[in-house]
Design a protein around this ligand. Structure first.
Ligand SMILES: N[C@@H](CCC(=O)N[C@@H](CS)C(=O)NCC(=O)O)C(=O)O
Length: 287
């Protein structure tokens, strides 16, 4: 569980926030996951949007709340929680009904969610390359300087290696771009994961059995994002595709993945342009 300690938090005003507050971004995959969870739980919460496009997350105010500069963040009665899976696990304990982590599966779910989180940078690589496709470097030098310089730099009172890893990631992709090699490696990892999910879905309607769980939410978000990038889920992993379509029809999921028409049109245009250049996700990954 990642609950920040007093010395980690420089933006002191949040310590007075009462109730459930979520700092999030509409198109961010981890924020979508948390919002679906909150919808299914029926937990009332107050929204604080963070604009990732203008790098609001790298400015002192936000870094004073999450020293990692990442969304989502939960502030519950003045306590600051970071890391989407830890936030979800904390909320599951605090608001136990309806159950979204089945009894007896707590350790397995923790392990599986940790594994999902380990693939987050792979999701980011494929998202930037095939969905967002920014024309220039993803982060300006000025934004990265602000990221490096601000915030406490500590999590639970200890110098935070995760921030250094995030910085190294952005510096690398600023230098090299999101290369074919990076995209291929990341796509291959998801092929392995989706094959294993497909096997699970051959045995039960949801990933952990007969009931929907946080694991379905987490993997739904990844599958949805990758299908926007042109990952051939329907052709390669038909059970995952059918499960994804079934979940997407539920209102708690549908409203979190809906995009304004101009964003949908842009994503389609990016996909078409990549395909015309022979550089679709399928082609680059060799699927
Ligand atoms: N392990 C973190 C990952 C969070 C993360 O990477 N969030 C992304 C959005 S999905 C973010 O804040 N990116 C910062 C950026 O794009 O500048 C979690 O699960 O909360």
């Amino acid at each position: 569980m990642v609950q920040l300690v007093d010395g980690d938090i420089k933006t002191r005003e949040v310590l007075d926030w009462k109730g459930v507050h979520v700092l999030h971004a509409s198109g961010s995959s981890c924020s979508q996951k948390l919002r679906i969870f909150l919808n299914l739980k029926g937990i009332p919460w107050e929204s604080h949007l963070v604009d990732l496009h203008s790098n609001e997350n790298f400015r002192p105010w936000f870094l004073g709340i999450n020293p990692r500069g990442l969304v989502p963040v939960l502030v519950h009665d003045g306590a600051v929680h970071i890391e989407s899976n830890d936030i979800i696990t904390y909320l599951e304990k605090t608001f136990p009904v309806p159950k979204l982590i089945p009894s007896g599966f707590e350790n397995e779910v923790a392990k599986l969610l940790h594994h999902e989180d380990e693939l987050h940078l792979d999701l980011r690589i494929l998202s930037f390359r095939f969905v967002f496709s920014p024309p220039g470097p993803p982060k300006s030098a000025e934004a990265l300087q602000s990221y490096a310089a601000n915030g406490s730099g500590t999590v639970k009172g200890v110098a935070d290696p995760d921030k250094a890893a995030q910085l190294a990631f952005w510096e690398r992709v600023t230098r090299e771009g999101f290369t074919d090699e990076m995209a291929r490696t990341s796509a291959q990892k998801f092929r392995v994961e989706f094959s294993s999910l497909d096997d699970r879905l051959g045995k039960s309607p949801y990933l952990l059995g007969d009931a929907l769980s946080v694991l379905d939410i987490a993997w739904f978000i990844y599958a949805n994002r990758l299908s926007l990038g042109g990952f051939p889920i329907e052709r390669m992993h038909p059970r995952v595709h059918a499960w994804m379509v079934k979940l997407a029809a539920r209102p708690e999921f549908a409203k979190e993945i809906a995009s304004p028409p101009q964003i949908t049109a842009r994503i389609e245009a990016v996909r078409r342009a990549h395909a015309e250049a022979g550089k679709s996700l399928e082609a680059v990954a060799g699927f």
